[in-house]
Design a protein around this ligand. Structure first.
Ligand SMILES: [Zn+2]
Ligand SMILES: [Zn+2]
Length: 134
């Protein structure tokens, strides 16, 4: 059964639609995600690019490394999407911005080498010290 959901930023300016067929959900503990979100880690939900569309695309983008652009709302600052240059066939969306994120449980975690103290691994989730090649 097709599971299509919508999401967006805090102020409501950025909006999107995502089709969750075959999705993967993971936690990223990398320093850049942590700092951008202002949170201990970011939970991403990943689908093929053609299963994602912006209803209203946010203006904010920042390139903090050679490999990726991070997209965010330029008004309220919400971190919405990670766009990897070698993963341009995928849409990687900040799960916490989906209106109804129920059931999207991380099955793996990446950059666990920089997991913050006090943050426990998700039980049964695969653990990768660095990135996982998708
Ligand atoms: Zn916003
Ligand atoms: Zn990250």
């Amino acid at each position: 059964m097709t599971d299509i959901r919508q999401g967006g930023c805090l102020c409501g300016n950025a909006r999107y639609e995502i089709n969750l067929d075959g999705y993967k959900t993971s936690n990223c503990h990398c320093l850049d995600c942590r700092r951008h979100a202002g949170a201990p880690y970011v939970t991403f939900t990943i689908v093929p690019l053609e299963q994602f569309r912006w209803i209203n695309k946010p203006q904010g983008e920042i390139k903090t490394s050679q490999t990726a652009v991070r997209r965010f709302c330029a008004i309220c600052g919400t971190y919405l999407q990670w766009e990897g240059e070698d993963q341009s066939h995928l849409a990687e969306i900040n799960t916490a911005t989906i209106d109804d994120p129920s059931g999207l449980i991380p099955t793996y975690e990446i950059y666990t080498k920089s997991r913050m103290d006090g943050v426990m691994p998700v039980s049964d989730a695969k653990q990768y010290r660095e990135g996982e090649q998708l």
